[in-house]
Design a protein around this ligand. Sequence first.
Ligand code: MF3
Ligand code: CO
Ligand code: CO
Length: 256
Amino acid sequence: MSGKRIIHSPEEIIRIRRAAAVTAGVRDEIARLAHPGMTTFDLDRLAGQLINATGGKSAFFNYHGYPGNICISVNDVVIHGIGRPDQIITESDIVSIDVGVSIDGAMGDTARTFWFNEPDKDTKRLLDGTYNALMEGIAAARCGAFVKDISAAVEKCARRHKLGIVRDYVGHGCGIQLHEAPEIPNYTGWGKGPRLEPGMVLCIEPMLNLGTDSVKLDRTDHWTVRTADGKLSAHFEHMILITDNEPEILTWQKTM
Ligand code: MF3
Ligand code: CO
Ligand code: CO
């Protein structure tokens, strides 16, 4: 892993901050409007309308040919699930949505898992563990620390909750491009990466599984990533700005 990183200018940060807030608003509005009985295709179309209403565009649509407006990953789908007219959301599902909006030359990227029924004990361990791993990763993202410190905090939390850590996909820099340097693995053992400096914008995104960490790519659509053992997976992602003090969570607030 290289020491490459991008420091954004104050002018860029103004635009990135707005793109991130808009994206967070869309994320939470989709989760609020989602309900059992609708299809994942319906949810993707709704997301397209909400994104349109912001004056921005989906950052994912057509990205390397991606066919959806957002990613909708149900149950054993880890990431990159595509909305389908034959996939009905049920009240026992856990649904991960990942939303990206491009607006005024800047990008937002954020994800969350939501659910309808009271989760059972193991599902709750997955949901709490993944969310806590994100927040502990963020807490480690102080200037002067290294990317590895974020990875270590996420990993430690995942282990504490006895969850499988997806290794094939990682967090990343973001802001002007959807994916910028550096990569942010959810595990250690690869080096330490660049030092964190004010002006860096990072997407921290633990993808954690109830069972094995190993995943498989759908042979037909070449996008959908599932757990190899069919057990549940969760995904939470925030975009943060490294500052002189605590990181600023750019995708916390909604401002729609
Ligand atoms: N949102 C994903 C990430 O967090 C990237 C999705 S790319 C797409 O990095 F093409 F699948 F949409
Ligand atoms: Co994302
Ligand atoms: Co991301």
